[in-house]
Design a protein around this ligand. Structure first.
Ligand code: UT7
Length: 336
């Protein structure tokens, strides 16, 4: 059986910076509340006319990852695209990337697992490489949240948190015999809590005509809903469980972690997890302060930045961990 290793990373965020003060001009919120509860100082939003979309941002991140992997688009065997905000209701973002990058007629799979989407995608890619079916897989996490948020006081508990951006990874067959690469992935779900963090419509439960007809200001189904405290409580428990699962599988202890890249849901959640595992500041990477929560894009953006800053070196143990809507959660343990 083969193993897989990371050969390239890239990220892209739109230029348009939206600060907490900017938001406080359009809704009843303030910098102190947002920073205290989430750690977020600013986020990026696509600006009308800046030429970005979920798949276009994905392509920009992917091109950087490919170049760093010393590969061309023609070396890629499979595209996996993780997003909750595809350009179109269907088809997904993967096929748009295949078209925009003028790639061969390789398969393109969309993963709809929200904040855990990237970890799920890494796991899927790893399985295909292990069996020998594919050699180089392009994995993209990209989100365009800003256009779909309720930017009024009514939606403030959700809309101040989310930002736009994309990250990409090339996962390749491991040609070195050094025990490195993806060591394990663990995935979970608990659909009983599907509605606690969800966007219900437009969908087959809430078709567009129904939404137009109702125009019900009290029961908005076309903006995301989040039961914040419930999600928070579940997140801290599941993050810890799934990181432990990965460590135990590989006979590792928390002190063996060189870099934990948690999904950037809330700085308080990352700090809680850091404390639980008694990790130092050097062992955890956070950039939610600058980008907010970018859902499926948050892990690849953070991983790329940590690597660019020289914080991940060959032989390091890197742990990716995510929790989010579904509920879904997962971890990946990688020896760099
Ligand atoms: O990435 C997927 C996973 N997502 C998460 O893990 C998110 C988990 N949850 C959270 O991060 C937190 O629950 C939030 C940051 C979303 C909210 O923080 P909280 O401490 O749970 O606040 P809360 O919802 O309990 O609201 C406290 C107060 C409320 O006012 P009252 O009822 O106490 O008067 C809210 O109306 O804060 C108010 N509030 C705001 N005030 C200013 C809610 N949003 C805002 C806002 N600005 N943006």
């Amino acid at each position: 059986m083969y193993t897989s290793r990371v050969t390239g990373l890239g990220s892209y965020v739109p230029e348009n910076v939206v600060t907490n003060d900017d938001l406080s001009k359009i809704m009843d919120t303030n910098d102190a509340w947002i920073q205290e509860r989430t750690g977020i100082k600013e986020r990026r939003h696509i600006k009308k006319g800046d030429g970005n979309s979920t798949s276009i941002m994905g392509v920009k991140a992917a091109k950087i990852a490919l170049e760093r992997a010393n590969l061309t688009k023609d070396d890629i065997d499979f595209i996996i695209f993780a997003t909750l905000s595809p350009d179109m209701y269907f088809p997904g973002g993967g096929v748009r990337v295949q078209d925009m990058m003028d790639m061969n007629t390789i398969p393109a799979l969309d993963v709809r697992n929200q904040c855990s989407g990237f970890v799920y995608a890494v796991s899927v890619a790893d399985q295909f490489i292990k069996t020998g079916m594919y050699k180089n897989v392009l994995i993209i996490g990209s989100e365009n949240h800003s256009g779909g948020l309720d930017m009024t006081t009514r939606g403030r508990a959700v809309s101040v948190i989310f930002g736009d951006g994309a990250g990409a990874m090339v996962l390749s067959r491991n040609e070195k015999d050094d025990g490195g690469g993806v060591l394990s992935t663990h995935l979970h779900s608990e659909g009983a809590h599907a509605k606690e963090l969800s966007l219900e419509g437009p969908s087959t439960e809430h078709w567009v005509p129904e939404i137009i007809e109702k125009n019900d200001q009290e029961n908005i189904t076309y903006y995301p809903y989040m039961n914040g405290q419930f999600v928070f409580k579940n997140a801290v428990v599941r993050f810890s469980e799934v990181i432990n699962e990965g460590l135990q599988q590989n006979n590792l202890s928390p002190s063996d972690i060189n870099m934990l890249i948690p999904h950037q849901a809330n700085l308080r959640i990352s700090q809680f997890v850091q404390k639980q595992f008694r990790l130092s500041d050097d062992q955890v990477y956070n950039n939610i302060q600058r980008y907010g929560n970018t859902t499926a894009a948050s892990i690849p953006i953070a991983l790329t930045e940590a690597w660019e800053e020289g914080k991940i070196k060959e032989g390091d143990v890197v742990v990716l961990a995510a929790f989010g809507s579904g509920f879904t959660w997962g971890s990946a343990v990688i020896k760099w």
